[in-house]
Design a protein around this ligand. Structure first.
Ligand code: C5P
Length: 201
């Protein structure tokens, strides 16, 4: 039986951690769709044409270990504005969503474009400052010199690009349940998400 949980929201709202924990709780498969755009962005930085990169993505590309860097995130949000790149990634995401046993997909357009028929939809948000702080703590573990202000500027710039692009902009689906994690720890956010999903099962 297929059951799709669509989780959308801006960068560093806690979607990733929440989606992974929710999938584990439900026994569902999990796809972080940002990785697809990051893998295409990483290829762009190597000089590969984005559409070609999107059409030929391999499991190995998705496992590359530079995908979490700020440079690749920036390249990802640039390739993500290209409609042909987005289109090339649709079938893979839809097939994943409808697999037997249930799936949690997190991204920007899962509830609106990829899986408008998803059984459960969440839109996870947090204030830009809270999101920047989370991202900063994460990045600082790898690079102690990274400045908070630079991370905040980056979060705002990426929000701007994600919300204002013509193709599949970041916005809540009409039937999405909003979950603001600004004042919620992961345990509380997970509990809220489980309640929302189980009410639809
Ligand atoms: O979620 P993450 O930060 O890994 O996503 C990287 C970039 O990929 C985002 O800034 C966004 O531009 C793009 N993206 C997207 N649609 C998705 C997931 C990510 O456009 N479903």
């Amino acid at each position: 039986m297929a059951f799709t949980v669509a989780i959308d929201g801006p960068a560093a709202a806690g979607k990733g951690t929440l989606s992974k924990a929710l999938a584990a709780h439900l026994g569902f498969a999990h796809l972080d769709t940002g990785l697809l755009y990051r893998a295409v962005g990483a290829k762009l930085l190597l000089g590969v044409e984005p559409l070609e990169a999107a059409e030929t993505l391999t499991a190995e590309d998705l496992a590359a270990d530079n995908l979490r860097t700020a440079e690749v995130a920036d390249a990802a949000s640039k390739v993500a504005v290209i409609p042909e790149v987005r289109a090339a990634l649709v079938d893979f995401q839809r097939a994943f969503a409808r697999r037997d046993g249930g799936a949690v997909l997190d991204g920007r357009d899962i509830g609106t474009v990829i899986c408008p028929e998803a059984e459960a939809k969440l839109f996870v948000t947090a204030s830009p400052e809270v999101r920047a702080e989370r991202r900063w703590l994460e990045l600082r573990a790898r690079d102690p010199k990274v400045a908070f202000d630079a991370v905040l500027a980056d979060v705002r710039e990426r929000d701007e690009r994600d919300m204002n692009r013509a193709s599949a902009p970041l916005k809540p689906a009409e039937d999405a349940v909003m979950l603001d994690t600004s004042d919620l720890g992961i345990e509380a956010a997970l509990k809220a998400a489980i309640e929302i999903v189980e009410a639809r099962m």
